[in-house]
Ligand binder design. Structure first.
Ligand code: CMP
Length: 158
């Protein structure tokens, strides 16, 4: 079972979209196993966006992500990394398809509401920036027997 890192950015919190955004993941059948509201520190932002350090938008991105509270999550499910990226939609609001989070709620390039890890490797690194292992909760969701077919059980146990 995969785990991935998702963060509702300061614009998503200020626009009071927390509930509606988390609902997208839950409605898909994914499980929230970690949840925290915080203001991103300089060290956390540098670590999260290290790959963008040389980009022209880096300074603005750093300022934006630290500009107010965010909601960080660890989301679990079969193919969680890929599914979460699809639920987010294209990076920039104007390009994002209706039906996706960015497509339905955002029209901006810089304020794109939400972040999700783009690979399993990134997910492991990003989860570790914001969550201790002990802050992730392992629990059984009764609905999972209706979200996943019994033949998928081996994948669920992983
Ligand atoms: P995110 O999914 O958090 O990953 C990196 C972020 O960089 C991305 O969302 C955008 O917020 C930001 N970003 C990427 N490209 C640009 C750009 N050309 N201009 C401004 N911000 C960008």
């Amino acid at each position: 079972m995969e785990q991935t890192f998702v963060m509702i950015k300061p614009d998503g919190v200020q626009r009071q979209l927390i509930g509606r955004i988390i609902n997208r993941f839950e409605s898909k059948g994914l499980k929230v196993v970690g949840l925290k509201m915080l203001v991103v520190s300089q060290a956390q932002a540098e670590s999260l966006y290290a790959v963008h350090k040389k980009k022209s938008f880096y300074a603005g991105l750093m300022k934006f992500v630290m500009s107010g509270p965010v909601v960080t999550m660890v989301i679990e499910g079969i193919s969680a990394v890929n599914i979460c990226r699809k639920l987010l939609g294209a990076t920039f609001g104007p390009d994002a398809e209706p039906g996706t989070i960015r497509g339905d709620f955002g029209a901006s390039i810089s304020f794109n509401l939400i972040h999700a890890s783009d690979s399993l490797e990134a997910a492991r690194k990003e989860m570790a920036i914001f969550f201790k292992k002990t802050e992730l909760v392992s629990y059984y969701l009764d609905t999972h027997k209706w979200v996943y077919h019994p033949t998928e059980e081996k994948e669920i146990e992983k």
